[in-house]
Design a protein. Structure first.
Length: 308
């Protein structure tokens, strides 16, 4: 039985593509690959067209955040419903079909070469038409992810990448997702798998702060003050969470504060990095462990300065 050299999953005899990750299997000819890609894309488009509204709670106008029924005429009023549940109080909400279609596009679109901006457009239709706040949270997070992914794929140098309208929109959408989570008390980003999604926002904050420090600096001397002014306006957005997910930004801010001689602020930043819950629970490349080790080293240095 063949196996996929990309993800290691077992494949059926005669298969050209891995059913788990979608990558071509070794031994498949270009012509076979093209035929398989055409067939897979046709399947994707057929599935997308087949998504139609159903008379279930998933598509109902009365479904509220946390899947609570909001129809006083329903026997399930005020209780949590399942998406497949039904009752005679059903009222179709067209926004829900846009949301369900967008989630399908988000999951499978990249595999079949779909432009991420098409997925974004579908999510925007759902938001504009009106979906529950927790669905809006997910929609905005997905919009941010897709726009950020598209902007990075263009291959521009950092300054131009950060200046793209799509990059600015990605940052804004992820910030709005945070606000909805905080104001609605959903606890969405407290869950490890969702906390992990904030790495994109962290990297954007770190990159923008670094670019601001260059732009506001003089010659080869960067401006730490300009960078931390930007970061100080952003870091509080995650203050409602049990621990910060912005490890890169917090670490960079710690270095800037240290260079500025603001010892206590630097210590606060490095301690936040050390005590934060994992953002990437696997950390296979050791990046997160490296950040924590640097924070530990910097704290030791700052404390030793007091003893001298």
């Amino acid at each position: 039985m063949p196996f996929c050299t990309t993800c290691g999953a077992c494949a059926d005899d005669g298969a050209n593509f891995c059913t788990k990750c979608g990558r071509p299997l070794q031994g498949a000819s270009p012509a076979q690959n093209n035929r398989e890609q055409t067939r897979e894309k046709a399947w994707f488009e057929e599935q997308l067209r087949g998504l139609e509204p159903k008379v279930t709670c998933a598509y109902c106008l009365h479904r509220r955040p946390k899947n609570v029924c909001g129809s006083e005429q329903s026997p399930r009023y005020g209780v949590t419903v399942k998406h497949e549940d039904q009752c005679n109080s059903f009222v179709n909400n067209p926004a829900q079909l846009h949301f369900i279609r967008a989630m399908f596009m988000d999951e499978f679109g990249n595999k079949f070469g779909l432009d991420p901006r098409q997925t974004v457009a579908e999510f925007r239709k759902a938001i504009e038409a009106g979906i529950p706040k927790d669905d809006e949270l997910r929609a905005r997070l997905c919009i941010g992810k897709n726009l950020d992914g598209w902007a990075r794929s263009v291959g521009l140098e950092v300054r131009k990448w950060l200046a793209l309208a799509e990059t600015e929109q990605a940052l804004s959408e992820m910030e709005q997702a945070l606000e909805i989570d905080r104001d609605g008390g959903f606890g969405f980003f407290s869950e490890p798998k969702n906390r992990y999604q904030l790495r994109r926002l962290d990297n954007l904050y770190a990159a923008k702060g670094a670019m601001i420090s260059i732009e506001k600096g003089h010659g080869d001397v960067t401006s730490d003050a300009a960078a931390v002014e930007y970061w100080d306006s952003k870091l509080p957005r995650c203050a409602y969470l049990p621990s910060t997910p912005l490890l890169v930004t917090m670490s960079d801010a710690g270095f800037s504060y240290s260079r500025m001689g603001m010892r206590e602020r630097a210590i606060q930043c490095f301690q936040s990095v050390l005590t934060a819950a994992p953002v990437d629970p696997f950390d296979e490349d050791g990046f997160e462990a490296g950040l924590r080790q640097k924070a530990k080293t910097c704290l030791r240095f700052l404390y030793e300065q007091d003893e001298q």
